[in-house]
Ligand binder design. Structure first.
Ligand SMILES: [Zn+2]
Length: 479
């Protein structure tokens, strides 16, 4: 196995992954707060975590990955109370939507999806542990974490706590950048809002305690990897460290990974700018799941991703190029035999692909390795040097790449229909047209004119006009 290097936010360095339990990587990722549909910025983070999962597994590692579902928080409680329904009823719809969205863009489900409301006891036990160690104090029925008691506070986000007033506290879960304060572990009940009756009193958990409790419940006191969006590093992840390490005295997570922001056409995504998108908004505009997945994975996770119309069109044509290539491999009758330089070329692409991902999940370089191979193999086919065993080998390589990329299966329309997005466009998909054209070319060069004519007719019947140029290239358009 090649060494896998990841950029650890905690040390600000590339570090080689070395799991606590050899052969098994234990990962915790902060999941969605289910009060609305997740947006494409959230999904950028989830896609990067999916690439991490799939790559680790492709390297022979087992995974134990926990993702939380925040189904209790300030906004959920207010919205559910406002709608006059229970938290469970309110969140159910968004949890299902999240699972459907995940499936649409081929995100694997973590081994454990943990709902906060099903782990209240674990959170209470962790708060008791912190109480016994003197990390907490009570005020107005709420329980707060005293960050002055944890000298390493700020080590992840490198926040300066020197000017911090001891005892200054904050009740909301999400607060201003750089404003380090004592935070609520347990919140006193408010009139008309849902609460739990527990050993530490009535109330509900803060957001931060949820992740510490559920991570350690399933993964042990020290995780291999904790990941999330960069906006979570402070206060959320800082507070997770303070809670977990305060309670156990051990390192909470060996490696912390943070995915960068997503911009839309160069601007911060916001509802007021009208550039705020969920996956569903984009499906409704006719974008395909594979296009969105490709675009979101194409930029390495530590770089800002600028989500643009141009980027969407490029992602779509990149996916089509890959699908056309694999169709050509599968449908062309190549001469029997093996062209050895092509075998070496395919091997090199595999090595480059793995090396790129082992270098802090550099998806841009990994994709370049794939597309360089596609170009070289296509020109070997055009030259006539590509042989049948090369095709078998190249198909295996493409399948290996796709175990991580997950964009080759032609199922976009089916998925969209299942989610209720009817496609206005009933034309033959471009990738299918391209594949048939390749097949027709191959039939012609094999002097199988009957097959070549049959394909021309099939395309013509489907409303595709072919233009054969003198140099052998074929252009096409819809009627
Ligand atoms: Zn979290």
């Amino acid at each position: 196995m090649i060494p896998i290097k990841l950029h650890n936010t905690l040390t600000n360095q590339l570090e080689t992954l070395s799991p606590v339990h050899p052969g098994e990587v234990r990962i915790y990722t902060c999941g969605p707060t289910v009060y609305a549909y997740a947006h494409i910025g959230n999904f950028r983070t989830f896609v990067f975590q999916d690439i991490l999962r799939r790559f680790l597994r492709s390297q022979g590692l087992r995974l134990l990955h926990v993702m939380n579902v925040t189904d209790v928080d300030d906004r959920i409680i207010v919205n559910a109370a406002g709608a006059g329904i229970s938290i469970r009823e309110y969140t159910e719809k968004y949890i299902q939507a999240f699972l459907d969205d995940m499936a649409a863009i081929n995100l694997e489900q973590p081994e454990i999806l943990a709902r906060a409301t099903e782990h209240i006891d674990d959170m209470v036990a962790l708060i008791e542990k912190l109480q016994n160690k003197g990390f907490t104090y009570k005020s107005d029925g709420s329980i707060y974490y005293r960050i002055a008691k944890f000298p390493k506070y700020g080590k992840l986000s490198r926040i300066d706590v020197s000017g911090m007033q001891s005892g200054a506290r904050v009740d909301v879960d999400r607060y201003e950048k750089d404003d380090a304060r004592d935070f609520a572990l347990w919140k006193a009940p408010k009139a008309g809002e849902h609460f739990w009756e527990t050993r530490i009193g009535p109330g509900r958990p803060g957001w931060h305690i949820e992740c510490s409790a559920m991570a350690m419940e399933y993964l042990g006191e020290t995780l291999d990897i904790h990941a999330g969006g960069v906006d979570l590093s402070f206060p959320h992840h800082e507070n997770e460290i303070a809670q977990s390490e305060g309670a156990t005295g051990h390192l909470f997570s060996k490696i912390w990974l943070h995915g960068e922001h997503l911009l839309v056409e160069g601007q911060k995504m916001s509802k007021s700018l009208g550039n705020f998108y969920t996956l569903r908004d984009l499906f409704a505009k006719g974008e395909k799941p594979s296009t969105l997945r490709f675009l979101l994975l194409s930029v390495p996770y530590r770089r800002q991703l600028n989500f643009t119309e141009d980027g969407l069109r490029q992602a779509q044509s990149s996916v089509e190029r890959l699908r056309t290539f694999i169709t050509r491999l599968k449908t062309t009758n190549f001469p029997e035999g093996s062209y050895e330089p092509m075998m070496a070329r395919i091997k090199r692409a595999e090595t480059d692909f793995d090396a790129a991902l082992a270098d802090d999940l550099n998806t841009a370089v990994a994709l370049a390795a794939v597309f360089d191979l596609v170009r070289d193999a296509n020109s070997a086919m055009d030259r006539g040097t590509f042989q049948q065993q090369n095709a078998t080998r190249a198909i295996a390589a493409m399948e290996k790449f796709d175990a991580v990329l997950a964009v080759l299966t032609v199922d976009d329309d089916e998925k969209l229909q299942k989610m209720g997005f009817t496609q206005g466009d009933t034309r033959m998909p471009a990738e299918q047209v391209e594949a048939l054209i390749e097949e027709r070319k191959a039939a012609k060069s094999a002097r199988d004119f009957q097959r070549a004519d049959a394909i021309r007719k099939q395309l013509s019947d489907s409303g595709i006009i072919l233009e054969d140029a003198k140099d052998g290239t074929v252009r096409w358009k819809y009627k």
